[in-house]
Each structure stands twice: as structure tokens, then as C-alpha cells.
Design a protein around this ligand. Structure first.
Ligand code: PLP
Length: 449
């Protein structure tokens, strides 16, 4: 019998399973590749890589061996006392893979810590340059950058902000890249929809703004809201014009998820900071990082100041060795090529399903990060009754069909599903994913009536 009741912050579960709060989750037994097995012997295809995290699949032998070797050598030393060969090679590897000019890495333990560090660095950057008024970090209305207070302050996520009142900063936000429901018009729509930032900075006052933070593809909050290529390039130009730093939150999109090592590369853009996490270790151990452009590093070097930031487990050798092994595995296996091929297969499969199932609309995404939303009718784009929590209900039906999907889209829309299977998924496994997705859709549709 499970002893852990998953009640914290997962009220969707009781709604969707129509059980009282305290409904138990399946108990995981083991996992291999893209499949997870519970203690009752059921198998699940990990269609969302957990929370868009599992990049190379479960149980990969070279990674387990690297973890074992590192664990035998040394698991932990404190970052102020020692560095390690693993952490140094990892920093060199990540900055080599990152867009041009990105030269340094600082390791943390989660995506929230990464975006929090980016926020603090941006504020201090301007303080050290004699502009202490530039403290605000602007984000978008549908976005998620993490749970810590600074990260949440930058997030356009009403439900997760709701309980914190004036404890959070209320930085300005821009419209999400979401033409299906929030089309832009006039000058705002220019530059692939990024010119809206120009107006916002002029109206808000760039003298108050330290940085803009964006997810290249909006993940959990939006269900793969994907601006066209060109959006980030325009945004980079606007940031430069207004003397504002650009932070790319690549916690989901980084490390190959969209078909490039970092999603900014689709636009040929080098942000001032890149926050990454999740897929970098494929979930084998926790780790995150901020990657810094050399112009940020040079500015700190010029003043001799540092950002007073760090965590006990930052750059711990075990996570560093794990991440290095994951990246090496991705390179050896040409995973980015697989993302391109399987991404096309997933997109085509989703579009086929949408023709057969009128609940599915606005198929969107890039690489192996895809989403869609639920409509009562594709022509009117009507939203299902919010009380039905269509996306959470669909997740439950998929679970019964043996497929893990991610419930995305924030209140009051509550309307999207995210798919982000391991980047190593094969053609046959993708067919299996699509078949399970359709089975989930058929039983969802019969419950919706
Ligand atoms: N940034 C983005 C884009 C995310 O999706 C998340 C988590 O979902 C975070 C930051 C926070 O990462 P973590 O949950 O590892 O703290």
C-alpha cells in the first residue's frame, strides 16, 4: 500500500479522479527508456518526461556508470573549498554548446534558483554601473520562472502568485505570444509580435528596468506557446536599444528540447544570461545553471564585485559528473537529429488527431515540446467550462491509457496539455505515444459528452 499521499498543491488530482483529496498516486517500481512501471505491473509511456525533464530516457547505463564512478571518488565538497574536474569540464562543455559569447557558468540545484540568480545578477549589474534604479525584471502575462519569491515575482502565473499578496514584486508584464487567443495589432504586432515590448518599455520607463525575462517557448504556464522565429531577435534589438538585459529562461527549452542545444539559437540570439535546469541532468540528479555572456562577466570583472549568491550544493561533483555524462551521451547518440525527426512525427500525429477529435485545437510547439488546447468547437474556439478542468481531466484519462502528459495552461484558461517525451524516443515508441494519446482522447471525449 502506498504510504505517501500526494495532497500538496495537486488539487487537480482529486478533481480529475473524482476522488476525495488524498487520492493516491501509482507507486513507481522502475523505469527504462521512455517507459515507467508501477508496483502493480502497469506500464506508462513518459510522454512529458515527467515535468519536461527526462531528456535521455530512464536507466541509461553510461550515465549510471559515470554516477557510480563519481560517487566512489567523491560525492560532495563545498564550492568555496574545492572545484572538481567534473564541474570544470561541465562549465567548459556548456559554454561551448551555448550561443556565441556565452563564457561562464554558475551551477545551482534547480530552475528556480537559476532564474533567481539571473534576477539578482541583473539588479546588481546596474547597481554597480551607477544605475541603482534599474531593478525591475519584466516578464510575460502567461509565464513561469520558478517558485522562489524572486522567480515567482517575474512569473505571470496567477494561481501560483495568489497567496502571496504584496510579498511579491509586481513587475510589468507583456502579452504572451499567443495569437490564437490574444492577437496583437498595429505596431505591437510587428517584429513577429516582439515590438509590443518596445511600447511597454517606453511607457513603463526603461530607467526602471534591469532586464526582460522570457521563455523561448512558454512551457508549463501556456502549453508550448511558441513565438515565430524572429521574435527573440527583435526582442534582443529592443533590449539593446533601451539598455536592458535579456534573460532567456531555458529551464525547459534548453539542452536540446527544441532541436538546438538552446532555443535562442533558432533566432541566432545570445542572451545576457541563460537559465537552465531540468533536462540538463535528465532528472538523474538535481541541477540547474546560469550561463553568462562575457559582457556580463567583463562588467563584474571591471568593478571587482561579485553577486553574493550560492547554495550549499552548488556545483557538487556528483551532479556535475551526471550532467556531463548526460551531455556526452546526447552528443554520442546524435540526439538533436532524433529530436528533429521525432518532432516532425509528433507534430504530424497531433495534427491528424486534431482532425479526428474536435476537442483539440491550436497544435503548437517546436522540436519535442508540443502542446494543444481544448475547445468546445474549433470554429468558435469556445473554452470548455473552467470548472470541468478539461486539461486535468484529460491527463487522468491519459494516465488510465498508460500515457503521462503534463497538465498545462494557467487559470482561468486551464486549457492546455503539454507533450515533451524523452529526446531519445524511437519512431515505434512515438507511434505508441500517439496511440495512447488517442485512447486517452476517446475516453475523455466520452466523459465530456
Ligand atoms: N523556469 C521554467 C520555464 C520552468 O518551467 C520551471 C519549472 O517548471 C522553472 C523555471 C523552475 O524550475 P524548478 O522547478 O526546477 O525550480
Amino acid at each position: 500500500m502506498p504510504t505517501t499521499e500526494y495532497v500538496f498543491n495537486h488539487s487537480e488530482i482529486d478533481v480529475l479522479l473524482k476522488q476525495p483529496l488524498g487520492a493516491t498516486l501509482p507507486v513507481v517500481d522502475r523505469a527504462e527508456g521512455v517507459y515507467i512501471y508501477d508496483t502493480d505491473g502497469r506500464d506508462y509511456l513518459d510522454g512529458s518526461g515527467g515535468a519536461m525533464t527526462v531528456s535521455i530516457g530512464h536507466g541509461v547505463r553510461p550515465v549510471l556508470d559515470a554516477m557510480h564512478d563519481q560517487a566512489e571518488r567523491v560525492c560532495f565538497t563545498y564550492r568555496s573549498h574545492f572545484t572538481s574536474a567534473a564541474a570544470e569540464s561541465l562549465a567548459a562543455t556548456l559554454t561551448e554548446l551555448a550561443p556565441a559569447g556565452v563564457s561562464h557558468a554558475f551551477f545551482v540545484n534547480s530552475g528556480s534558483e537559476a532564474t533567481e540568480l539571473a534576477l539578482r545578477t541583473a539588479q546588481q549589474y546596474w547597481r554597480d554601473r551607477g544605475q541603482p534604479g534599474k531593478t525591475h525584471v519584466l516578464g510575460r502575462a502567461i509565464s513561469y520562472h520558478g517558485m522562489t519569491m524572486g522567480a515567482l515575482s517575474m512569473s505571470g502565473h496567477a494561481a501560483r502568485r495568489a497567496d502571496y499578496g504584496n510579498l511579491l514584486h509586481t513587475f510589468a508584464v507583456a502579452p504572451p505570444p499567443y495569437p490564437y487567443r490574444f492577437p496583437l495589432s498595429g505596431a505591437d504586432a510587428e517584429g513577429h509580435g516582439a515590438m509590443v515590448w518596445d511600447r511597454i518599455l517606453r511607457e513603463y520607463g526603461a530607467d526602471k528596468v534591469a532586464a526582460i525575462i522570457v521563455e523561448p517557448v512558454v512551457g508549463a504556464a501556456g502549453g508550448a506557446l511558441t513565438p515565430p522565429v524572429g521574435y527573440l531577435r527583435t526582442l534582443r534589438e529592443i533590449c539593446d536599444r533601451h539598455d536592458v538585459l535579456l534573460i532567456a529562461d531555458e529551464v525547459i527549452t534548453g539542452m536540446g528540447r527544441t532541436g538546438k542545444w538552446f532555443a535562442c539559437e533558432h533566432d541566432g540570439v545570445s542572451p545576457d544570461m541563460i537559465a537552465t535546469g531540468k533536462g540538463m541532468t535528465s532528472g538523474y540528479t538535481p541541477m540547474g545553471a546560469v550561463l553568462f555572456h562575457e559582457r556580463i562577466v567583463a562588467a563584474f570583472a571591471a568593478t571587482g564585485k561579485t553577486v553574493p549568491f550560492g547554495h550549499t550544493f552548488s556545483a557538487n561533483p556528483l551532479s556535475a559528473a551526471t550532467c556531463l555524462a548526460v551531455v556526452n551521451y546526447m552528443r554520442d547518440q546524435n540526439v538533436l537529429e532524433n529530436v528533429a525527426a521525432r518532432g516532425k512525427q509528433l507534430e504530424a500525429g497531433l495534427r491528424r488527431l486534431a482532425q479526428r477529435h474536435s476537442w483539440m485545437a491550436d497544435i503548437r510547439g517546436r522540436g519535442l515540446l508540443w502542446g494543444f488546447e481544448f475547445v468546445t468547437d474549433p470554429h468558435s474556439r469556445g473554452l470548455p467550462d473552467a470548472a470541468l478542468n478539461a486539461n486535468a481531466l484529460f491527463t487522468a484519462h491519459c494516465l488510465r491509457a498508460g500515457l503521462i502528459v503534463y497538465t498545462a495552461g494557467i487559470a482561468p484558461l486551464n486549457n492546455a496539455t503539454l507533450l515533451a517525451p524523452p529526446l531519445v524516443i524511437t519512431e515505434r515508441e512515438m507511434d505508441d505515444l500517439l496511440a495512447r494519446l488517442e485512447a486517452g482522447m476517446i475516453s475523455f471525449a466520452s466523459e465530456m459528452g
